[in-house]
Ligand binder design. Structure first.
Ligand code: AMP
Length: 436
């Protein structure tokens, strides 16, 4: 027989949680997001990048062809779905292929070269959630497409991320750079690397045995202890660069030095995606926060457009994870200052005033003024407490007397000084006080 407890259990509705590895961003965290958003917009303006937004869904094949079938991002982590129409789409696991697709689809090259584009938005990877590793996270990206294959653009992309970290007050980080060569020199290096690893095949992990034939460069990227150990003695790709790639890389480093950016050469840095050529970079916080993972990474991808039907198009870009930036800021106690609220608080005293206040609220909003209120509270004191909590400096107060006089009180909540002004002048007066 069902007990009362069983019945209750049956009745209680199902509860829900955010999907594993995905997060709600609550109001308390918005200061970080605002700060990062402002910094990114400001940098984009300063460096001349225009914002681009692409759909969250793209044809899954776009990523197979560009990021590479063998990359972890595509092979293991991509969320794919089949539509009722039978198409296979993927939730974007990264932005670059979608941006290249948009560049070709809209013939953006006609708008001038290079095209400098930036984006901020969510990406999805079905990874094992852990510190700094989520299934939904947000990327900030800067991409310089087309124009000459000039090392100055590689340096500029790295410089932007350095500026971003500085702006966020994240000091003490390491920039790792490498060059993985071009079509001419990379096959030679790849062969040498394959020969090296073939001699140690029995010590490789299962994945790397497969990669040895599909993409040997990725062996340098493997985190399995036995593969990490083998990496120590693996041939150095910088020794194998052709003259043009050597010159290009040297110039990137010189440009970085020119703007006082210090870097570390890391000849094992290959990055996890297939489309890179020449310069690659990653930036890590130093100390304990290194565990959070790379704060930014990217590189040159001159051949990507060709793989999706375009011409050879020199391009370089990078991306940074917003959640990781916030994780470092929090770990280091960096709290951005909240934006001073550019708004007023509307309060009322008495039932009739409440009705009028409702209309005044609409009028203020229609004039583009951001207004907070707590009109459901009857006591003026209780309403003003809300204003105080929200950090608002100006209150507009409407009482019985003001209704008859068609006036309104403006009170400076910091000094307590107040004055009555005609309602007709309210909008002008507030604009003056908020922006003056
Ligand atoms: P990637 O394309 O993997 O180099 O990613 C670019 C940046 O996105 C990294 O440098 C990180 O800051 C961030 N990122 C990558 N994967 C994750 C993840 N799973 N969770 C949070 N942030 C990530």
């Amino acid at each position: 027989m069902a007990t009362e407890k069983d019945e209750k259990k049956k009745e209680s509705p199902r509860t829900f949680q955010a999907p594993k590895g995905m997060h709600d961003v609550l109001p308390a965290d918005q200061v970080y997001w605002d700060k990062i958003g402002d910094a990114v917009n400001e940098l984009a303006r300063a460096y001349g990048f225009g914002r681009i937004e692409t759909p969250v869904l793209e044809a899954a094949e776009l990523y197979n062809k560009t990021s590479g079938d063998e990359s972890d991002v595509v092979a293991k982590e991509m969320y794919t779905l089949r539509t009722k129409g039978g198409e296979t789409f993927a939730l974007r696991p990264e932005y670059t292929p979608g941006i290249a697709r948009a560049y070709l689809e809209h013939s953006l090259s006609r708008l001038g070269q290079p095209q400098k584009l930036f984006y901020v938005g969510p990406v999805f990877r079905h990874d094992r959630p852990q510190l700094g590793r989520y299934r939904e996270f947000n990327q900030i990206g800067f991409e310089t497409l087309a124009g000459p294959n000039d090392p100055i653009y590689d340096a500029e992309i790295i410089e932007i991320y350095v500026d971003l970290l500085r702006e966020l007050k994240i000091k003490d980080f390491t920039i790792k750079v490498n060059s993985i060569g071009c079509r001419v020199c990379r096959p030679i290096y790849r062969k040498q690397l394959t020969n090296y690893y073939k001699n140690h095949e029995e010590e490789l992990c299962e994945d790397c045995v497969r990669r040895l034939t599909t993409n040997p460069l990725r062996l340098l990227d493997c985190k399995e202890p036995s593969c990490v150990k083998l990496r120590e003695k693996a041939p150095n790709c910088l020794d194998k660069l052709c003259v043009t790639c050597t010159e290009h890389f040297k110039a990137v480093l010189e440009y970085l030095e020119e703007v006082g950016i210090t870097y570390e050469l890391d000849h094992r840095l290959v990055r996890g995606l297939d489309y890179y050529s020449r310069t690659v970079f990653e930036i890590y916080a130093n100390g304990k926060e290194a565990e959070i993972g790379a704060l930014a990474g990217g590189g040159r991808y001159d051949y990507l457009m060709e793989t999706i039907g375009g011409h050879l198009t020199p391009a370089v870009g990078g991306a940074s994870g917003v959640e990781r930036l916030i994780a470092v800021m929090k770990a280091r106690g960096i709290v951005p200052q909240a934006r001073p609220p550019k708004r007023v608080f509307l309060a009322h005293a008495g039932a009739l005033a409440k009705k009028k206040a409702f209309a005044l609220l609409a009028a203020l909003r229609a004039a583009g003024i951001t207004v907070s209120e707590s009109l459901a509270k009857e006591s003026l004191g209780a309403q003003l407490k809300v204003a105080d909590k929200e950090g608002i400096g100006i209150a507009v107060i409407l009482g019985q007397k003001e209704i008859y006089e068609e006036s309104v009180i403006i009170r400076d909540l910091r000094t307590g000084l107040q004055e009555a002004i005609p309602q007709a002048k309210l909008v002008d007066e507030i604009r003056k006080r908020l922006h003056g």
